[in-house]
Design a protein around this ligand. Structure first.
Ligand SMILES: Cc1cc2nc3c(=O)[nH]c(=O)nc-3n(C[C@H](O)[C@H](O)[C@H](O)COP(=O)(O)OP(=O)(O)OC[C@H]3O[C@@H](n4cnc5c(N)ncnc54)[C@H](O)[C@@H]3O)c2cc1C
Length: 419
């Protein structure tokens, strides 16, 4: 390998979709990888329960001037009404200050994020082909529907906005529009098709596919929690609940839980949990083989293996607070309203999108002599960006000039961390 610092093992901390994609990309370059997570790959974090949408249209970071002036409507735009739980606002002044500052850098930040997102569908396809699981990816795009009065104007505005960003959309085929009009019972129904997006048949299976390929290629999996990292003169001691793992390098990919780990190596990662919920409709026939975004209900319904999955809500609160039982019930009512056959109550899932205040990911190398890297803060599009992030991390660790400029993703933009 070209990087002389790295002849030995690399500990990848966290086996969500980012950690699994990173682990596999390192193994495919012949590196010796130890993947560490207290749970099975893809089981514990946001990567388990997301909407499965490869959202190559979401090239704009969320903070924007129009969001600041039409806050509720805009933040709800993709996957759910916004809420701040008690205690969030008082303790988050500096995070919100950075969020507002990022809103006024919206255009520049879009230029920074867009190349990664635009590359996402192709990178995902490439990665799944290489791990022999391309069957998990469907390249059928997705649909957005508006059903309230003014629907056609709003759809037109969205099509124009997307065109300005270079994202193609097309009017929905009349027969399918009529199907949605019949199921939603809305004469206003207007839709757009986004032909270049994609979806996966099971987000957890994506993590498992990358982890399996990594393990088949020689990686080991340690089922334990990392407490801290201690850089020593010749190696890094990764301190876990089950003893110390010695590695030559480490990559932190622990989703919303990354902040405290990165603090142990002097990095500040001001992550907030933007929690979301899903409910599933087992055995429900899909209306089409692609995700459907019900824009006015702020709900996305994705066909997955043997069931539909509906996701919704952006809830800023502690990742460890108990789920709010009202939200999945509300989601079920929304689904009934748009014509799905769903019980009023039943199982649900809640998970935390890891969000930095500027809605750009944190990807880079920690300062200091030992090679400690990180890939965190992938916000609402971590599944989308997983394959691209894996490729970026392989380039970074190999010391190669990468395909993307990652300097703007350096966490030192948030100042120094500390022990
Ligand atoms: C409702 C909802 C819908 C979404 N829909 C989409 C979508 O359609 N498309 C999209 O692209 N994205 C979507 N997302 C966002 C996406 O799911 C996340 O951005 C992504 O899963 C983040 O991946 P991650 O690997 O960084 O974190 P996670 O998946 O949270 O994984 C972190 C892992 O780190 C492990 N870990 C934590 N602490 C430690 C420790 N100390 N030691 C070792 N391991 C540790 C955890 O156990 C976990 O396995 C959605 C999210 C939600 C909540």
């Amino acid at each position: 390998m070209s990087n002389p610092e790295l002849n030995d093992s690399i500990a990848v901390i966290g086996a969500g979709v980012i950690g699994c994609a990173v682990a596999w990309n390192l193994v495919r370059e012949g590196r010796s990888v130890i993947l560490i997570d207290p749970d099975e790959p893809g089981r514990a974090g946001a990567s388990y329960g997301n909407a499965g949408h490869i959202a190559s249209e979401l090239i704009e970071p969320v903070p924007s001037p129009s969001l600041l002036f039409g806050f509720w409507k805009q933040l709800a735009a993709f996957d759910g009404p916004l809420s701040f739980e008690s205690g969030f606002l008082p303790g988050s002044a500096s995070w919100l200050g950075r969020f507002v500052a990022a809103a006024f850098r919206h255009s520049a930040n879009t230029q920074i994020l867009a190349p990664l997102v635009r590359a996402s569908t192709a990178a995902f396809h490439r990665a799944l082909r290489e791990v022999g699981q391309v069957d998990l990816l469907k390249l059928n795009g997705h649909y957005s529907f508006w059903t309230e009065p003014g629907a056609s104007k709003r759809a037109q505005a969205e099509a124009q906005h997307m065109a300005a960003l270079g994202i193609p959309t097309m009017p929905v085929d009349e027969e399918f529009r009529q199907t949605i009009a019949a199921t939603t019972g809305s004469q206003h129904t207007t839709g757009l098709w986004f032909p270049e997006t994609a979806h996966v048949l099971d987000p957890m299976e994506i993590c498992a596919a990358f982890a399996r390929a990594a393990i088949q290629g020689g990686a080991t999996f340690r089922k334990t929690r990392v407490r801290a990292m201690a850089p020593r003169e010749r190696e890094i001691e990764v301190l876990t609940d089950d003893g110390t793992v010695k590695a030559n390098a480490a990559v932190v990919c622990a989703g919303i839980w990354s902040e405290s780990l990165l603090k142990t190596v002097g990095l500040r990662a001001p992550l907030k949990a933007a929690r979301g919920y899903h409910v599933e409709l087992p055995g429900h026939t899909p209306l089409t083989d692609a995700p459907i975004v019900y824009t006015d209900q702020t709900t996305v319904v994705t066909p997955m293996v043997g069931r539909l999955r509906a996701t919704n809500f952006v809830e800023f609160t502690s990742p460890d607070a108990p789920p709010d039982p009202r939200k999945p019930r509300r989601l079920r009512r929304k689904l009934q309203r748009v014509g799905y056959n769903v019980e009023a109550d039943g199982p649900s899932w809640m998970g935390s999108r890891p969000v930095l205040p500027d809605y750009l990911p944190g990807i880079g190398r920690a300062p200091g002599p030992r090679p400690i890297f990180y890939a965190v803060g992938h916000q609402h599009i971590g599944l989308t960006l997983a394959a691209v992030t894996g490729e970026i991390m392989a380039d970074l660790i190999a010391g190669r000039t990468g395909r993307h400029d990652i300097a703007p993703f350096d966490l030192r933009r948030f100042g120094a961390g500390g022990h």
